[in-house]
Design a protein around this ligand. Structure first.
Ligand SMILES: Cc1cc2nc3c(=O)[nH]c(=O)nc-3n(C[C@H](O)[C@H](O)[C@H](O)COP(=O)(O)OP(=O)(O)OC[C@H]3O[C@@H](n4cnc5c(N)ncnc54)[C@H](O)[C@@H]3O)c2cc1C
Length: 472
């Protein structure tokens, strides 16, 4: 087990000393900010949040009905949060992976897999049609085993995938290392077509521009403080204004929900990432990686990593941190202890890159729900829709999330709205401090299972039985 232990103050930390604590993707001049809302306005549809969910909702609403008057209200700037700081894995999976989907929606998986591929194809087409410059590369994804028990689990995946109409290929250790060279790899599974790598911030900015071109009214620096449905329209209060809308779509992700009942379903979990300086030709030759697949390893606590278009490596994941009370404040974006652990694991994976330095280190919140895949809801007599819960796999799924939210707001019955995945909610989290204690216990139990050849202890088995186990 190459990643055992929580240490992380070793020599690898020297590679971190010059990092900038800003998401690599957002480290450049931002677009001109849209004006904050001042005064009262009316709209057909008000969208709250301008991450991918909100932006896809606005864009798709306009393409369904160009005459619809759509207003987007964003508390800060479009794409500043998860959508601008993620790993850029744009996956076809709507269910946070095959196993998680099979555990929760076994009968629906052939449909969910097909809808997921159609969704990814549609994202690719939109990016092409609208000329969104986000380095969209349909590289596919390689999941690597770094321990024999992980290889045993991965070896079963191609057979399971075939049963639901998807294709995966098992690769033995030599075949994996011929693609990307790490002494830790003992096998892997290749999904050749089911994922693209994107520049996440440029995707968000491209969607923002497309919305503006279609006449969407965007107000940044405009946090919505509350919703009131007592009148004919739904009123959204902002610091210096008010929108009265016929319908409202909420894409507020892991942040404090505007609907109180939502708070039981989503917890903000911090995820962290590093980016290296560009690799020299020699360093690149030492790792291979010619096909530029996105990579992740197959532990319960896993890393995800990929190449950027200027030849750096983004390396993230492993530690998933929840703070008592669901804190999302900015100071938590820096976590030196987590960065040090990540750096150490990076050089365990690629010892041949010793001497490479990291340039960026940051964190962001993930909207985690107990089934690790999105869920939908509505309020105020169906006039307000919401979607959240992507749990770290929302780059692609957020477009599907937006489509379903719009179907439901329109009162349409579609193949999507009839899915059990759409109709059912996840198991709610308990209130604090039980919530915090349960999440800490789970994190420790997952690390323990990784250290013990994948064997799940009593706590994880109890969660599995309650429908809250994690297996992506
Ligand atoms: C470090 C990290 C790595 C990740 N890696 C991947 C990956 O590789 N692949 C993948 O698929 N997913 C990944 N994810 C998850 C993915 O980024 C998210 O699922 C996705 O961006 C969710 O988009 P969203 O629009 O729902 O949320 P967000 O991008 O978080 O947007 C929500 C927006 O709502 C706004 N808002 C909230 N409340 C209000 C309010 N009251 N009024 C006005 N505005 C409000 C916020 O300011 C924010 O801009 C990662 C996430 C993180 C943090």
């Amino acid at each position: 087990m190459p990643f055992a232990g929580e240490a992380g103050r070793g020599p690898a930390s020297a590679a971190l000393v010059d990092v900038r604590h800003v998401p690599f993707w957002l480290d450049g001049p931002p677009p001109e900010t849209a004006p904050a809302l001042a005064g009262r306005t009316v709209a057909d549809l008000a969208v709250v949040g301008a991450g991918y969910t909100g932006l896809w909702t606005a864009l798709l609403a306009k393409s369904r009905d160009p005459d619809r008057d759509v207003v987007v209200l964003e508390g800060r700037t479009a794409g500043w949060a998860a959508s601008g700081r993620n790993g850029g894995f744009c996956s076809a999976s709507l269910t946070h992976g095959l196993r998680n989907g099979l555990d929760r929606f076994p009968d629906e998986m052939p449909t969910l897999e097909r809808l997921g591929r159609e969704n990814l194809d549609a994202i690719e087409k939109t990016v092409g049609d609208l000329g969104i410059d986000c380095s969209f590369e349909r590289t596919g994804e390689l999941t690597v085993a770094t321990a024999a028990w992980q290889a045993d689990e991965l070896r079963e995946l191609p057979g399971l995938a075939a049963q639901v109409g998807s294709q995966l290929k098992w690769l033995d250790g030599d075949e994996v290392r011929a693609k990307v060279d790490s002494p830790t790899y003992v096998g892997g599974v290749l999904d050749r077509d089911g994922a693209a790598m994107v520049d996440p911030a440029r995707l968000a900015r491209g969607l923002r521009e497309a919305c503006l071109r279609l006449g969407v009214r965007l107000h940044e620096n405009t946090p919505v403080r509350g919703l009131d449905g007592s009148g004919a329209g739904v009123s959204l209060a902002t610091p210096y204004g008010e929108v009265v809308a016929r319908q409202v779509a909420l894409g507020t992700n892991a942040f404090r929900p505007l609907l109180r009942r939502w708070a039981a379903y989503v917890v903000p979990v911090w995820d962290y990432a590093l980016v290296t300086e560009p690799l020299s030709a020699g360093q690149r030759a030492a790792v291979g990686w010619a096909e530029r697949h996105g990579l992740s390893d197959a532990g319960n606590l896993f890393h995800y990593y990929r190449l950027t278009d200027d030849g750096r490596i983004l390396w993230g994941g492993y530690d998933a941190v929840y703070h008592l009370g669901g804190r999302t404040d900015e100071q938590l974006e820096r976590s030196p202890a987590t960065f040090a652990v990540l750096a150490e694991h990076f050089f365990t994976t690629f010892p041949q890159l010793e001497g490479l330095r990291f340039t960026h280190a940051w964190g962001g919140v993930i909207d985690t729900c107990s089934r690790f895949s999105p869920f939908w809801g509505s309020a105020l007599g169906g006039r307000v829709g919401y979607v959240a819960g992507y749990t770290g796999l929302g780059v692609g799924a957020s477009r599907f999330g937006a489509q379903v939210m719009l179907d439901r707001l329109a009162g349409e019955q579609t193949e999507r709205t009839e899915l059990a995945m759409v109709r059912r909610k996840p198991v709610p989290f308990p209130p604090e401090p039980l919530r915090w204690a349960g999440i800490q216990l789970t994190r420790r139990a997952l690390a323990k299972a990784d250290a013990r050849g994948g064997r799940r202890g009593p706590w994880l088995r109890a969660l599995d039985a309650a429908g809250m186990g994690f297996d992506s």
